[in-house]
Ligand binder design. Structure first.
Ligand SMILES: Nc1nc2c(ncn2[C@@H]2O[C@H](COP(=O)(O)OP(=O)(O)OP(=O)(O)O)[C@@H](O)[C@H]2O)c(=O)[nH]1
Ligand SMILES: [Mg+2]
Length: 635
């Protein structure tokens, strides 16, 4: 009982903070074990907590517009999710329990005697341990709040928005964060090394070089798997590495190609390069339909064996290359569900109930807000051999676009919907206001979503309090040119008409954009092309920078760096070839022009060298010589 009581308290106090923190400094109790008497709550108008039809208290309804307390209790912060999850684990909490808790709350509030609007309570649940699987350690907003022994801290106005953001992230259970977002690491395979070998066979004198080339590294592919419907599998494994190519062998045997890695994603996945400093990276791919497949990263090239270096001038080459390193990348995945219709509305309006009666989906349904934490999908079949996918989204609260509640987390899934069904809780104190508030949130979140065709359904018509409000609701909306439907989702009344009307909107949209209806699976390769282009940058494109204090010259150039990486220094001819390349691509010339002198350090990629002037070399009287013992760590 004590546990439920504390839960309810933090529920309301968070609302108070949500509104107040924009404008003033707040006093924040930091100690999660603070006494419950400090657990400040906001006074609530009794009318809103009256029970309807003997059901549990519906205390998160949107507030009446003119209510003097409307600013203080209608918003739920994401950091309260632990509470909600806790409540969800105990759906059996009876209405009597809640009534008692309400009574306890009122007492506590009166005892405390604080200005409630200024406080935020970080205590979430003191009685029950939170399952590590569902909440990561840093998930709870209270975790990093407890350093100050006094238990209070003052926040400046400027910090508050950032604080909000941080708390929002921390408060979201891992399973929700991972539902439609993931960050993964991909790396294609390194190429195998080439080898130096010579043919030695009876009766074959001077058999010549016979070292084979290394095999190519495996590629990384990404493909749509239609059996997946979330990014949750990436919660467990985020590293995808393709296999390395085998090394070459004697007798001109080339190495085998490395194994490819295939990353499977659900339809509707958008792939970005990982962003930096909060700036999202560029969109690389959109894998929308089953069968879509992309070559993301090509494997590294295999190094050449000495058989490949044979030439008229050098018939006995003692040189072979290492395999090229496979490129790597961090990627951010975002899932945008491919649903035709999105069901939106305030918490507890009956969205999941509606989905459950029109489709075979069995979402959780219960009489408390945020029963739905993750979107549910259902397929609705029509007589005439057509079907549509309907998504039931978590409820939207006033302030959702600023991060209150859960709904905004998933609103982007409606971006691909053809139409929306907006369910209004007819039994709420002010359905008109609830309707306007949700519409406003949609507009604030994205004008594009707000412009989608939508249908309004007034739900719970079986309840007398809803029935009474229907006429005025209908008149109000009709005066604005909207024809609302009235339904009783629980009794399946009016639901078929509603979904038929929604289907009509989808059909119209499909007809408007006929070319979008069917398309062949797409094979993308532009990312791989881009990577290849970067990696095959010409060797003579480089930049030289000089650090005068340490007499060091840095030579930067993708082509040169790749060349250094693939050079196998253990073979004698590698030095010669390296010198030759530096000469040919103009590095030596440029260094001399810039004033390099005896003993200066020259760094190319991971290779560190010392500049020696030598009168014996052909061409310019200077050359780079590699001094043994001065090499950087070298793989
Ligand atoms: N009397 C009545 N109750 C309904 C009707 N539709 C839904 N409910 C009840 O309303 C409560 C909330 O229903 P849900 O379907 O979970 O509501 P929701 O909009 O999905 O709520 P969240 O997922 O929390 O946003 C449940 O107790 C339902 O039984 C209806 O037509 N009549
Ligand atoms: Mg629901």
């Amino acid at each position: 009982m004590a546990s439920v009581s504390s839960l309810s308290m933090c529920f309301f106090s968070a609302h108070a903070q949500a509104r107040s923190n924009k404008h003033r400094k707040q006093l924040v109790p930091k100690n999660p074990n603070a006494k419950k008497s400090n657990s400040i709550t906001t006074p609530r108008p009794q009318s809103l907590f009256s029970l309807s039809g003997g059901q549990a208290t519906t205390y998160t309804r949107l507030p009446p517009k003119d209510d003097e307390f409307s600013d203080s209790f209608a918003e739920i912060k994401l950091s309260d999710l632990a509470t909600l999850m806790h409540m969800q684990k105990k759906p059996s909490s009876s209405s009597e329990d809640k009534i008692e808790n309400d009574a306890e709350l009122s007492d506590t509030e009166e005892d405390a005697g604080f200005d409630y609007g200024k406080f935020e309570l970080f205590e979430v649940s003191s009685d029950e341990e939170i399952d590590g699987d569902e909440f990561e350690e840093d998930d709870l907003a209270l975790e990093n709040k407890g350093e100050d022994e006094l238990g209070f801290e003052y926040k400046g106005e400027g910090e508050e928005e950032q604080e909000d953001e941080r708390e929002k992230e921390k408060g979201v259970p891992a399973v929700m964060r991972c539902f439609d977002r993931a960050k993964i690491y991909v790396r294609s395979g390194d190429g195998g090394n080439g080898v130096v070998a010579f043919r030695r066979e009876k009766f074959v004198p001077l058999g010549g070089p016979s070292g084979g080339d290394g095999g190519r590294g495996g590629n990384v592919y990404m493909e749509v798997d239609s059996s997946m419907n979330s990014l949750l599998p990436f919660r467990n494994s985020i590293h995808f590495r393709a296999g390395r190519g085998s090394h070459g062998q004697g007798s001109k045997m080339n190495g085998a190609k490395g194994d490819d890695a295939v990353v499977k994603v659900p339809p509707g996945t958008v792939v970005r390069a990982a962003g930096k400093d909060g700036v999202p990276g560029d969109i690389l791919l959109e894998l929308l339909h089953p069968g879509d497949r992309a070559l993301l990263l090509p494997g590294g090239r295999g190094g050449r064996g000495n058989a490949s270096f044979k030439s008229g001038a050098n018939k006995v080459p003692r040189i072979a290359e290492d395999g090229e390193e496979g490129p790597e990348m961090w990627l951010e995945l975002e899932l945008k569900l491919v649903a035709d219709i999105g069901i939106v509305g305030a918490p507890n309006a009956g969205k999941s109930t509606f989905l459950s009666v029109i489709s075979a989906a069995q979402p959780n349904i219960a009489n408390y807000p945020f029963t739905t934490l993750l979107p549910n999908l259902g397929v609705v079949s029509f007589d005439y051999d057509a079907s549509i996918v309907v998504a039931d989204l978590p409820g939207l609260l006033e302030g959702a676009h600023r991060g209150f509640g859960l709904g905004h987390e998933f609103l982007r899934h409606t971006e691909r919907c053809s139409a929306l069904v907006h369910i209004v809780d007819g039994s709420s104190p002010q359905p008109d206001y609830e309707y306007d508030a949700v519409r406003l949130e949609l507009e604030m979140f994205s004008p594009e979503i707000a412009e989608k065709p939508y249908i309004v359904a007034f739900n719970k018509m079986d309840l007398p309090e809803a029935f009474e409000k229907w006429e005025s609701f209908r008149e109000n909306l009709e005066s604005r040119g909207i024809r609302p439907f009235c339904i009783s989702a629980i009794n399946r009344e009016g639901t078929r008409e509603l979904i038929n009307a929604a289907y009509e909107l989808v059909r119209q949209r499909i007809e408007d954009a006929k070319e979008e209806v069917w398309r062949d699976p797409v094979q993308f390769s532009h990312v791989a092309e881009m990577v290849k282009k970067q990696r095959t940058a010409p060797i003579n494109e480089f930049e030289i920078s000089h650090d005068a204090t340490s007499d060091t010259w840095h030579i930067e150039g993708a082509g040169l760096q790749r060349f250094v990486q693939m050079t196998n220094w253990k073979y004698m001819d590698s030095d010669k070839r390296f010198q030759h390349v530096l000469e040919a691509c103009g590095v030596n010339k440029t260094l001399i022009k810039r004033g390099v002198k005896e003993g200066d350090t020259v760094i190319v990629g991971e290779m560190e060298m010392v500049w020696h002037d030598s009168p014996t070399s052909s061409g310019p009287n200077r050359k780079l010589a590699i001094e043994s013992g001065r090499w950087a760590d070298w793989k």
